[in-house]
Each structure stands twice: as structure tokens, then as C-alpha cells.
Ligand binder design. Structure first.
Ligand code: SF4
Length: 149
């Protein structure tokens, strides 16, 4: 539904519920790379960077690691739904420096920030969320605008 324009004078200065910032500091647990089935969306630039990182032609990289979902492309998962680039022993990302934007901007995704309840649910699956370093509103908004997840 399209929102109608508001005549309330304070409307322009309304800020999101997380206006005072949110805390996040990754513990390296690997939960966000595992768990329920999901998608790690990748664009052409990310595919090329990952292929270069692995020293293989883009076409081979795509056949091995990428799946098409409609018109979009996602990294593949193992049968247990772990990300294909998660090291199964160490539980660490094996392409960390080239990780896609979706991974870089976690947990500040629009879907996680929608309400205090969605953020609480995020904190329940990600022990780093709600802890540690305080991120200011501006930085959170910047991250949330990078990809639509
Ligand atoms: S779930 Fe959170 S704390 Fe665990 S690896 Fe992912 S970002 Fe880090």
C-alpha cells in the first residue's frame, strides 16, 4: 500500500526505532552461514572476484558454486544447508576477504531492522548481534541500503 503524505510537522524528523544505534560484534560462531536453507545473492562483480580468488574461470566457478533462482543468482549450499564456502572443520568463511555484500552487511539488513521484534529474533540466531561495538544510525542505514535482504 502506498503511504499518503502526512501533514504532521514532526513527520520529516521521524527516525527509526534504532535511532540510538545498535550493537554488533561477530563472535565467529558461523551460525549465519549455516542453519535453515537460504540464499546468498551474488552479482556479476562478486562472482568474478570470487572466481579470481579461487583462480578459476568465471564459467567454471558458476557451474560449481552458483545456482540460478529466477533471474537472480545465489551461492550453492551443501546438503545440510551450510554455505558452500564455509570450512566444515573450522566453521570459518574460506573466502572472507571476497565475501558478498550480503555477508558484509549482516546483521543490518532491512528485514532484520524492520521492528524491535525482528531485531530480537536476529539476536537469537546471531550471538554477535546486540553485543559489542555500537554502530550509529548513519552507518546502519548505509549498510541496510547496500542490498535488499
Ligand atoms: S551468526 Fe553472528 S556472531 Fe555468528 S558468525 Fe554470523 S555474524 Fe558472527
Amino acid at each position: 500500500m502506498t503511504k499518503s503524505a502526512s501533514n504532521r510537522p514532526e513527520a520529516a524528523s521521524e527516525q527509526p526505532w534504532y535511532r540510538d544505534g545498535l550493537r554488533f560484534e561477530c563472535t565467529g560462531c558461523g551460525n549465519c552461514c549455516t542453519g535453515a536453507p537460504g540464499y546468498v545473492w551474488v552479482n556479476q562483480a562478486e562472482i568474478e572476484a570470487l572466481a579470481e580468488r579461487l583462480g578459476m574461470p568465471v564459467s567454471r566457478f558458476e557451474r560449481r558454486y552458483v545456482r540460478k533462482i529466477g533471474i537472480r543468482r545465489s551461492l550453492k549450499e551443501y546438503a545440510n544447508f551450510d554455505c558452500v564456502f564455509l570450512d566444515r572443520k573450522t566453521r570459518k568463511c574460506t573466502v572472507y576477504e571476497q565475501r558478498p555484500r550480503q555477508c558484509r552487511t549482516w546483521p543490518f539488513w532491512k528485514s532484520n531492522l524492520r521492528t524491535p521484534q525482528t531485531w530480537k529474533a536476529t539476536c537469537e540466531v546471531c550471538p554477535g548481534s546486540g553485543q559489542g561495538k555500537l554502530y550509529q544510525l548513519e552507518k546502519i542505514e548505509e549498510q541496510a541500503a547496500v542490498v535488499s535482504v
